[in-house]
Design a protein around this ligand. Structure first.
Ligand code: NAD
Length: 520
């Protein structure tokens, strides 16, 4: 499908239209916000099939997965927002300083104005509409830029937004680099960007020109630590689900596993069973398994697999896809230096064609490894004997490849994690409280999942966002409203009695003694 785009010459007028709606006061009343949020829920409910079809065209996303992780997810969070919005918006009274009494003080949330939301391709419905719901709930006008890398979804949500939501206050601009560059040349009151850190920096630089606040929802390498107090069968089921949903193209998917040497073999056996249970003997023919977004990303992942040694003996693919894996790992096609690409953009995102990894630098294939370029299929793959400095440990994997790294203990694991960037998510599978404490005290990450990956996102009361390289700012539920609002402080003091007289010059010695009593 051709990449959709909006004429760049029309972009200033589009932004001006949204701004005019904000300036006219359209978006501020609670009634408008609630009506738009209800319309957003209707958009998702009425068009569930159409949205599923678009997600299937872009990512071969299975219908159930599309509902759970995108459509249903956004309906449920928007419903939660609708239910609580009135109370979230109530001004919050705080105690005025004693010296200022009599006085009242409070904070109130006010909308920021005209906001820009730039979204990525991996969850192209959720990551466009969930921030949009936050912008609306906070009373803003918004311009949404869906990802051109998921063109069917971009086209569908653009059409649906235009027919369901306020045609002035809510605008959509389709396209890629030229269109986003034109948008970033405009002045906004907040920019909410989800995607890779390279583009995150471009967004932050453009925002700095106008001192525009930004939320950057980025990615990174999210580790999962497993110790021997955790039941490996359950751990493997949860890990397989968290890693292989959306074929591993999930920002909070466990990127790699850290575990004790004696657990590697039993963990691999349990992972093999879990993959078999969830995706059947041949994941390529499973209707529950998605595909890689495009050949450029496929080639990058194939290159990482090519850097691992093929399966040895019968310790891999036992019941799953032994024959195909063993044979395909030896016939891995290394990508051409400039692989055919549907998102051949500059500057490069982390999807830039990786140089082929040097042989064996990515350990050994224990499960999977097969792939099919025409079908953009990469088998659920597990790598063992992976050195800490392997090629695959350098950047976010963002695909269905799970390297297992051996560590001596929890302390060794936290030290390894701390030697890299702060991840978006961190997972600890253990029943040992002291191990949980070790991770909570000695690491930093956007969020933490204890004994479960990815699910931290589906609790709207938990703010979702990164720290350091994994991003800045957060959203979901009430936090979305706070992100898209300015917290305004108000102090109100009656003119009489004029207790301010104490600080007017000249301050008398008696007044100063009194002030010192208050101020310490
Ligand atoms: P992408 O390629 O869709 O890019 C994201 C957006 O940036 C798109 O709308 C795109 O048009 C725009 N863009 C791309 N190049 C640009 C440029 N040069 N100038 C201006 N705009 C540009 O998505 P992606 O970046 O490949 O997404 C994958 C990354 O996003 C991963 O690192 C992943 O971890 C991260 N991610 C984070 C979250 C989160 O919530 N923290 C969610 C999903 C993905």
């Amino acid at each position: 499908m051709a990449q959709p785009h909006t004429d760049t010459a029309s972009i200033p007028a589009t932004v001006a239209r949204a701004r005019a709606a904000f300036n006219a006061g359209t978006t501020k009343p609670l009634a408008w916000r609630e009506q738009q949020l209800r319309a957003l829920i209707a958009l998702l409910r009425d068009n569930e099939r159409e949205l599923q079809a678009a997600l299937s065209a872009d990512l071969s996303k299975p219908a159930a997965e599309a509902f759970i992780t995108e459509i249903g997810f956004t309906i449920s969070n928007t419903t939660h927002t609708l239910k609580h919005l009135r109370s979230w918006l109530k001004p919050k009274t705080v105690r005025a300083s004693t010296m200022l009494l009599p006085a009242r003080a409070w904070t109130m949330l006010e909308p920021l104005g005209t906001t820009l939301i730039i979204s990525p391709w991996n969850y192209p419905v959720q990551l466009a509409l969930e921030p949009l719901a936050g912008a609306i709930a906070a009373g803003n006008a918004a311009v949404l830029k869906p990802s051109e890398i998921a063109p069917a979804t971009s086209e569908t949500i653009t059409r649906l937004i235009r027919s369901y939501l306020d045609p002035d206050a809510i605008q959509v601009v389709e396209g890629g680099v030229p269109e986003t560059t034109a948008l970033l040349a405009e002045r906004f009151d907040h920019i909410f960007y989800t995607g890779n850190g390279t583009v995150g920096r471009i967004v932050a630089r453009a925002a700095a020109e106008n001192l525009t606040p930004t939320t950057l929802e980025l990615g990174g390498k999210s580790p999962a630590y497993i110790d021997d107090t955790a039941s490996l069968a359950e751990v493997a089921r949860r890990l397989a689900w968290g890693k292989f949903t959306n074929a591993g193209q999930t920002c909070v998917a466990p990127d790699y596993v850290l575990t004790l040497p004696h657990l590697v073999e039993p963990l691999v056996a349990e992972l093999r069973d879990a993959i078999h249970e969830q995706l059947g003997p041949d994941p390529q023919s499973s209707s529950s398994y998605g595909r890689i977004i495009n050949t450029r990303q496929f080639d990058r992942l194939a290159s990482l697999i090519a850097g691992a040694e093929p399966t040895r003996g019968n310790d891999a693919g036992r019941e799953t896809d032994t024959a195909r894996d063993t044979d395909s790992a030896t016939r891995v096609r290394r990508p051409a230096a400039h692989a055919a690409s549907t998102d051949d953009r500059s500057p490069a995102s982390p999807a830039s064609p990786a140089s082929p990894a040097s042989p064996a630098s990515n350990g050994r294939i224990a499960i999977g490894g097969s792939h099919d370029r025409d079908a953009r299929y990469v088998a659920p793959t597990v790598l063992v004997d992976v050195p800490r400095d392997a090629e695959i440990m350098q950047e976010e994997i963002f695909g269905p490849i799970l390297p297992i790294i051996e560590v001596a203990d929890a302390r060794d694991a936290t030290e390894f994690i701390r030697s890299g960037d702060k991840p978006l998510a961190l997972y600890v599978f253990t029943n040992d409280d002291s191990v949980r404490r070790e991770f909570l005290r000695n690491t930093s990450s956007g969020g933490v999942g204890i004994n479960v990956p990815v699910a931290q996102l589906s609790t709207p009361a938990l703010p979702f966002g990164g720290v350091g390289e994994s991003g800045m700012g957060s959203y979901h539920g009430e936090q979305s409203v706070r992100t898209f609002s300015h917290q305004r402080s108000v102090l109100s003091k009656p003119l009489r009695p004029d207790t301010m007289g104490m600080v007017y010059a000249p301050v008398t010695p008696r007044a100063l003694r009194l002030i010192k009593r208050f101020m310490g």
